[in-house]
Design a protein around this ligand. Sequence first.
Ligand code: ATP
Ligand code: MG
Length: 426
Amino acid sequence: MSINRPKGTQDIVPGNVERWHYLEDEIRKICSDYGYQEIRTPIFEATELFQRGVGETTDIVNKEMYTFEDKGKRSITLRPEGTASVCRAYVENKLYAQPQPMKLYYLGPMFRYENTQAGRFRQFHQFGVEVLGGDAPLVDAEVIHLIWEFYRRIGINNIKVHINSVGCSECRGEHRERLQEFLRDKKSDLCSDCQVRFEKNPMRILDCKNTSCQEIVANAPTTLDTLCEDCAQHFTKLQQLLSLAEIDYHINPKMVRGLDYYQKTAFEVIAEGIGAQSAICGGGRYDGLVEEIGGPTTPGIGFAMGIERILAVLENQQKDSEEETKRGVVVAALGDLAQQEGFKLASELRKAGISTVMDLMGRGLKSQMKFADRQGARYVLIIGEEELTKNIIIVRDMSLGDQTEITRDKIINFLSDKLTNSELLL
Ligand code: ATP
Ligand code: MG
């Protein structure tokens, strides 16, 4: 009986993994450009961290966690998101004692027990950023700018940035009362999830995906109606900064986001053309979270974006249909002795910084040429018995389709001169 991968997971195989490398490189580059440092936390944590840090009323904690008891009878959960872990690590490693704000990013797998469908996996990957220790609107604006610039760099243009302010614990109290009052006589028409939310976290009803709930809340009071002076000012300043940076944002008073701990700024990025799972990035400010998990009072803001959904957008835009540059070198040696010489030559080329692949299966010339073509090589170096005796190498240019003979001692120089930087590596 063959064994298959678990539902909702993916193998990322050669031919596909290159697109991941590309995104990972762009992520590391932009984070470095904006002065964000990487943090790596465990893939599993104490279950309580997410119960407290994500919140008991969220879908994640209620329905989606991979939780199990380990052999030491501890309740363990595979991380469903990154923020709670980063905040825990911030407290545990006393990062608050370093110059603030702490600007961190992470990249890695997350786990949620979801109903799988296009764009919705059980193991998926997020790139996320958290800024801890800064509460100015400038911080929020920088974080949103990083997202905007990232999508620009990787060529995703059809996006909408939705922003909202969900207020702080003070103004939220008033909103909660007003909203409950508005919904009281309509409660029985809400979906079963929203009936629970009505008591526990009524604000979440505003962005329920259910269309009948959406109709019910169409004219409901939003958090923007009850913002206190401080929250209102914060939101206005954020908008000014986003306009200054020429970010095309939309205020969406119904977008409150799933996590319990959000305060003030909430935002989401929606992409066109990838179907129902169109949210490619979500985030917000969580000023109470670090305290909630036992640290000093610390403001924080962050986002997470799903890598699989970004790849779906890129595929949709057919970014990768562009002509591939040919790179590197394939050594095609024919016969035992030539193979030894080829092996030696390959080592010298690699030492000179030229990506080199050589046939390891003793194939004939024709199939070695096919192999080189599949590799996308720029040059094939052909060595047979005759070339060995003459101390030459046949160099076939795969872009132009012609070939020349170069003497063995000139080959490294010849290739170093010919290959541009972008063609050096396979
Ligand atoms: P959704 O509304 O799609 O369930 P979410 O609010 O649960 O999203 P967040 O917790 O904010 O998502 O995660 C941030 C991003 O991670 C999402 O915008 C999305 O791109 C991605 N993401 C979330 N869940 C999944 C999943 N199961 N599979 C793939 N990507 C996901
Ligand atoms: Mg979700």
